[in-house]
Ligand binder design. Structure first.
Ligand SMILES: O=P(O)(O)OC[C@H]1O[C@H](O)[C@H](O)[C@@H](O)[C@@H]1O
Length: 540
């Protein structure tokens, strides 16, 4: 089989086959393009990738790349608990958190058994909070739950809780992450301390922002309910039992997870407790089962029928062969408005690297910038540039056929807008067509010459569509795992370690040093030149 570099060379040369390609004719000339370039799973989830600058040959070359990199074998290694996170010497086992897997052990730890035990504990806690048997210091049922965490200890549970609002029947959920005191302050403004439960979510239990917010929350409870109150008003989700106890939360109120769960992959662990409180244990199990179904699909479906592999392949094609620096995530679902932010961490923290697992530089750029927002809002903001800007931005559109509980007529408008955008991006509008229309409207030739270039859309802009029946817990579990595996497959092809994040350390260390300087007012040798100006503004 050809080596990876030969395959990359073949792909680069193959790009020239698209010099005269346009999606307008590709779609119009081939009535079977959707049938050939779409994948359906479980009868209610479709990936339509027919609007891409690809041919069968593209897919054959990309498939060879996946085979050569042994993506499937690497995934099997991951699920078996091998130490694939080499720089931190850790296994990567978020797949074991979904349950229903063969027994896995890591360094003598029976992972499957521990996962099940902790899950039963945190789901029982969720039930107790929901039915009011777990009560506050003042012997009341909790009305509000505040998750205090950041990064993976915030983005996942925040996004999932909002996405599943249609399935929520627990206390009100709130999420506080930013070290900016306004975040916690604004959240607590309308809450009653007597009926508010805090979940301190931190894998390490040392993160500056989370610990600062947790201390402030504790002070709020003590100042309103007294010194004895925090025990009833706090629980911890963490891997660090000592730090949890030092903070004053008892081990009965601590729900643990393990170092083989990366922060951005942790919503399936005890970090999912706020989700379980919001939707209940049964629906939380359905959420897990969705992810498990996608794990099985990724492990077993052939390349052309494998959604995560196809999405990874298309993303590689545009990133490395077409030099697209960004990719947009556009959910036509207001409740998925935090999905792009969640995927930013998943993709960019996993693959935003320039060094391979073996320490050597990568020969081509890895993770693109991931960005986006909910449709239709984005249409009235940045879509102008998607249609007529200089950069080609491959986009993922997501939409449910049926709304969860929005009105049907407005959902029809949402559907129409979503389909209209993918068509407009693919087909564009030719100058000839624009000229004909302007002439029919009675515009003079002179004016048409001036206006037509502005109203012409080049089109040929690639999009994927993820179309699903409804955003149920099971469906959301599948969608998240789909992107997890997409990111994994790309990481394998680029040869990076997708499971460390050393790039976030330096800023943290420097912030700690600067905090000392800001508190004392004395500039240290390494502090920035602007420091004195900052202090002069603070003094006024
Ligand atoms: O859960 P914690 O230990 O508080 O970490 C929270 C977050 O902070 C770090 O800086 C990492 O970049 C993230 O991957 C992590 O999710």
């Amino acid at each position: 089989m050809a080596s990876m570099e030969v395959l990359w060379g073949d792909l680069l040369r193959h790009r020239a086959d698209f010099d005269k390609f346009h999606l307008r004719s590709a779609l119009a000339d081939d009535p079977y393009r959707f049938n050939r370039y779409s994948i359906e799973m479980e009868g209610d989830l479709t990936l339509d990738y027919s609007r891409h600058r690809i041919s069968d040959k593209t897919l054959l070359l990309l498939e060879s790349l996946f085979e050569q990199a042994e993506v499937r074998g690497r995934f099997a290694d991951m699920c078996a608990g091998k130490i694939i996170n080499e720089t931190e010497h850790r296994a990567v086992l978020h797949t074991a958190l979904r349950g229903g897997v063969d027994e896995v052990s890591v360094n003598g730890q029976n992972v499957t058994k521990d996962v099940e035990e902790v899950k039963q504990r945190f789901l029982a806690f969720a039930s107790g909070v929901r039915d009011g048997t777990i009560r506050s210091h003042t012997d009341e049922a909790f009305t509000d739950v505040v998750n205090v965490g950041i990064g993976g200890s915030d983005l996942g549970p925040r996004m999932v809780t909002q996405a599943l609002k249609g399935w929520t029947d627990g206390p009100n959920a709130h999420f506080v992450s930013n070290v900016d005191g306004a975040h916690l302050g604004d959240c607590l403004e309308n809450l009653n301390p007597a009926t508010t439960l805090f979940l301190v979510a931190s894998k390490t239990f040392t993160t500056q922002e989370t610990m600062a917010n947790a201390r402030a929350a504790r002070n709020w409870i003590v100042s309103t309910l007294g010194e004895d109150a925090p025990g009833a008003h706090f629980a911890a989700l963490s891997t660090n039992a000592d730090a949890v106890q030092a903070f004053g939360i008892s081990t009965e109120r601590m729900f643990e997870f393990w170092d083989w769960v990366g922060g951005r992959y942790s919503v399936w662990s005890a970090i999912g407790l706020p989700v379980a409180i919001a939707i209940g244990p049964e629906r939380f199990e359905e959420f897990l089962s969705g992810a498990r179904a996608m794990d099985e699909h990724f492990a077993t479906a052939p390349f052309r029928a494998n959604m995560p592999m196809m999405m990874a392949a298309l993303s590689l094609w545009y990133r490395n062969i077409w030099a697209c620096g960004t990719q947009a995530i556009l959910p036509y679902d207001q409740r998925l408005e935090n999905f792009p932010a969640f995927l930013q961490q998943l993709d960019m923290e996993s693959n935003g690297k320039m060094v391979r697992q073996n320490g050597k530089p990568i020969s081509r750029p890895a993770s693109p910038v991931i960005w986006g927002s909910a449709g239709t809002n984005g249409q009235h903001a940045f879509y102008q540039s998607l249609h007529q800007g200089a950069d080609m931005v491959p986009c993922d559109f997501l939409i449910a056929a049926k709304p969860t509980d929005a009105s049907e007529d407005q959902h029809e408008m949402l559907l129409a807008n979503c389909l209209a955008q993918i068509e407009a991006l693919a087909f564009g509008r030719s100058e000839e067509n624009v000229r004909a229309q302007l002439a029919a409207e009675g515009m003079s030739d002179d004016k048409i010459d001036r206006i037509a270039p502005h109203r012409t859309f080049a089109g040929n802009r690639p999009t994927s569509l993820l179309l699903y029946e409804q955003l149920t817990p099971h469906m959301l579990g599948r969608l998240i795992a789909l992107y997890e595996h997409k990111v994994f497959a790309q990481g394998v092809i680029w040869g990076v370690n997708s499971f460390d994040q050393w790039g976030v350390e330096l800023g943290k260390v420097m912030a700690n040093r600067l905090l000392g300087s800001i508190q004392s007012g004395e500039k240290g040798e390494e502090d920035p030149a602007v420091f004195q100006r900052l202090m002069s503004y603070r003094a006024d």
